[in-house]
Design a protein around this ligand. Structure first.
Ligand SMILES: *Cc1c(COP(=O)(O)O)cnc(C)c1O
Length: 435
């Protein structure tokens, strides 16, 4: 499998190179040259397949021959060590819980898969790699957990100061070992911009070998299509009626873009809903056809506070820049914090279920779509455990949330971080601390 740059100004590369580079030298995102739908024989056996078999068949064409079959299977088995349950809330609404991994957000899947791929590629190398990652809250924790203690890899996390939840901040700053947290004065988009600039900074290359672990990296992005397959398989096993609509709480649009890939491979999901908070660049685009990023605003669903979603270019490519085609498959709505709070209350009152603010945005998007499309069966993605947003959730539902052991164990750990304000600060840090 080869990947080309969506800026069309760099040579195509294989999977390993795409994973190592993260971003193409022309600053473009890598995109697969071909996406081949899964064959009839796959679908004949689909309902009887294990999660490992499904994941293997889904990712194989994107990895090509660059990781041998046995090693790839091992990577998949080590990635998927937790469940992805579908919890039905009502006769036509369910939630897909993606928070049963070690850092309790869906990003554990991509983070773990990518860490293991890079570990495989570095198996006989002595050269140190620096993974530079910008986070709006959850990516950093997932990547840190995936790479913790991995030989030859140093992880540097950039997060916007004061704009991640207290528990997210603890997950970023208490790991120690090969993980470093830098708090940036600014918003997530500033962090993402710094990371992109660092990649293209020739003068840094002699100090550090950099790669990215954001969903711009194909090894982070593509495995996120797995759980759409697991979910659809489960719905089919339960003989839930068609058509299926999936609502994806979206920020940088990597997750929903992985859903579109699943659909491209033949998965029968009829419609996607890109649900956002007040950072509404994508719903505005769907409305008027103009992609006009704006500075991100802070909300209670902070992991989606992205004003310039990186994966937009991949979505545009998938649908051949054709808004009409995109609209056939996808709707998009934005919601305020007030609406999100009311949704958390409603979900708790009506279904006795505690949703996190991101899941609540997903729920709102699903409801809105289903008002006009009541024939669908709807699933909204619960992208993080509510405990990660403890204050917001407890205030909304007026009830204490139980703290699970993964979180309990970091509560009393000592937090360590360094503050930076500009790209120059980042560069200086990377040079001064290079090993
Ligand atoms: C990252 C994140 C999102 C947004 O996912 P994208 O792939 O960036 O669109 C939504 N919810 C939670 C909890 C997240 O951590």
């Amino acid at each position: 499998m080869n990947y080309f740059s969506l800026n069309n100004n760099a040579t195509a590369v294989g999977f390993e190179k795409a994973v190592r580079l993260g971003l193409a030298p022309d600053r473009g995102l890598y995109f697969p040259q071909q996406i081949t739908p899964l064959p009839e024989t796959f679908w004949d056996k689909f309902l009887g397949m294990s999660r490992y078999e499904i994941a293997f068949k889904v990712i194989k064409q994107f990895v090509g021959d660059e990781i041998p079959q046995d090693n790839l299977m091992e990577i998949i088995e080590q990635t998927l060590t937790f469940d992805f349950p579908i919890v039905e809330l009502d006769k036509d609404i369910a939630t897909l819980e993606l928070f049963h991994g070690p850092t309790m957000a869906f990003k554990d899947v991509g983070g773990r898969f990518m860490a293991r791929c890079l570990g495989y590629f570095n198996r006989s190398s002595t050269e140190k790699v620096t993974v530079l990652v910008a986070t709006s809250g959850d990516t950093g924790g997932a990547v840190a957990s995936g790479f913790l203690g991995v030989e030859g890899v140093e992880v540097i996390i950039l997060y916007p100061k004061g704009k991640v939840s207290p528990i997210q901040e603890l997950q970023l700053t208490t790991q120690g070992k090969n993980i470093t947290a830098l708090e940036v004065t600014g918003v997530f988009d500033d962090c993402q911009e710094m990371v992109k600039t660092a990649f293209l900074d020739e003068s840094l290359k002699k100090h550090r070998k950099l790669t990215s672990a954001n969903s711009i990296n194909v090894a982070r992005w593509l495995p996120q299509s797995f759980y759409y397959f697991f979910a659809a398989q489960e719905l089919m096993k339960r003989k839930v009626r068609n058509p299926y609509a999936f609502s994806v709480p979206s920020g940088n649009f990597g997750n929903i873009c992985a859903g579109f890939i699943a659909r491209e491979l033949g998965l029968p999901i009829a419609h996607f809903i890109a649900s956002t908070n007040q950072n509404d660049t994508f719903p505005r685009y769907m409305e008027n056809g103009i992609f006009e990023p704006k500075k991100s605003v802070q909300t209670i669903s902070n992991a989606m506070d992205v004003g310039n979603p990186s994966n937009f270019v991949r979505i545009a490519k998938l649908f051949n820049q054709d808004l009409f085609r995109l609209k056939n498959v996808c709707s998009s709505y934005s919601f305020t914090d007030k609406e999100t709070n009311i949704a958390m209350q409603e979900i708790y009152k009506d279904y006795n279920y505690i949703a996190d603010p991101h899941g609540a945005v997903g729920y709102l998007g699903l409801k809105k779509y289903m008002e006009k499309n009541p024939d669908h069966y709807g699933v909204f993605l619960e992208t993080a455990h509510p405990v990660k947003f403890l204050d917001v959730v407890e205030k909304a539902i007026k009830k204490k949330v139980e703290i699970p052991p993964q979180i309990q164990k970091i509560l009393n750990k000592k937090s360590k971080k360094t503050s930076i304000e500009s790209y120059q600060d980042l560069k200086q840090y990377l040079i001064d601390h290079a090993v």
